[in-house]
Design a binder for this molecule. Structure first.
Ligand code: AMP
Length: 287
């Protein structure tokens, strides 16, 4: 497993790989957990001969405030160790892990003049209205930031496949939107949500919860499993650690239209987003 930190080097390496292999790409923001590893495994079983590239980059442009960005767990050494252990235990080879340096170089046209064409300004990104709803409403500018970083990463790495988790449901729609607009040959693969034994959806943000609070956070999934908006709300309101319920919504899985709570069919998803003990947590369940 090579470690690449320079964007230009990553670009050259991908061009080289593409001559002989397909590329499977798994973007992450680090603080890796089994959910992330499940995406790598999914990539491998989707195409065993493809070269697997994992990126670790906490993209500043997708955070709504600096405080949240500054608090985002940074565990790069243990992330690399986890990836190496994963390779051995699963007998799956990761070709390289791309870890851009932690400064503004990633988007710098000055540092990477040849890669300027693979940059898009956040202010130029106009997304369909529904990306300003749900997570896009709670975290203004978040999806434009995700679009910006994936636009650059997809051009630089030029993957054939890229795997994303259903955990970030609205993000999967954003990725599919980006793919349709700019990357018609890229195949997007969506992986199931990995959960702790308690049912809590794995998340890098869980690292900021005490063991006791992490256990209490299982209430999110317990509530979701009732699949009834009013019941979910009642359950969540009973938990003192939930400081704010940002939203509990039923939406169409394709169009993301809000659905009447009485209309439950197989193409809908219940999404929730809360502030739990100072941490932003999201989860969802398909109906
Ligand atoms: P992140 O590092 O949080 O940006 O996540 C990187 C990728 O891992 C995204 O595609 C996420 O949807 C996915 N992911 C995060 N948590 C989970 C989980 N619990 N199960 C499956 N995939 C996940």
């Amino acid at each position: 497993m090579k470690i690449i930190t320079d964007l230009q080097e990553m670009y050259k390496h991908s061009i080289c790989l593409k001559k002989t292999h397909k590329i499977s790409f798994i973007p992450t923001m680090g603080a890796l957990h089994n959910g992330h590893l499940s995406l790598i495994e999914k990539a491998y079983y989707n195409n065993k001969n493809s070269k697997i590239i994992v990126s670790i980059f906490a993209n500043p442009s997708q955070f709504t405030n600096f405080e949240d960005f500054a608090k985002y767990p940074d565990t790069i050494d243990s992330d690399i160790k986890k990836l190496k252990e994963f390779e051995i235990s699963k007998n799956i080879q990761i070709d390289c892990v791309f870890i851009p340096e932690k400064n503004n170089d990633f988007y710098s046209n000055k540092k990477y003049p040849q890669l300027q064409k693979f940059n898009i300004n956040k202010s130029e990104i106009i997304l369909p209205q529904f990306f300003s709803e749900s997570e896009g409403k709670t975290r203004k500018g978040h999806f434009e930031g995700v679009f910006q970083v994936l636009f650059r990463l997809f051009y630089i790495i030029s993957p054939d496949y890229s795997v994303f988790g259903q955990k970030d449901f609205q993000q999967t729609l954003l990725v599919q939107y980006l793919q349709k607009q700019y990357f018609p040959h890229l195949e997007i693969i969506i992986a199931d949500i990995c959960r702790e034994k308690s049912g809590l959806a794995m998340s890098s943000r869980n690292k900021r919860l005490s063991a006791e609070n992490k256990n209490k956070a299982k209430i999110l999934y317990q509530a979701l499993q009732t699949k009834k908006i009013e019941t979910i709300r009642t359950i969540l309101e009973s938990e003192k650690l939930i400081e704010k319920i940002h939203y509990i919504e039923i939406r169409n899985t394709t169009t993301f239209e809000l659905m009447d709570k009485k209309v439950m069919n197989e193409v809908s998803v219940i999404l929730l987003s809360v502030q739990f003990a100072g941490i932003h947590l999201i989860d969802n369940i398909l109906i």
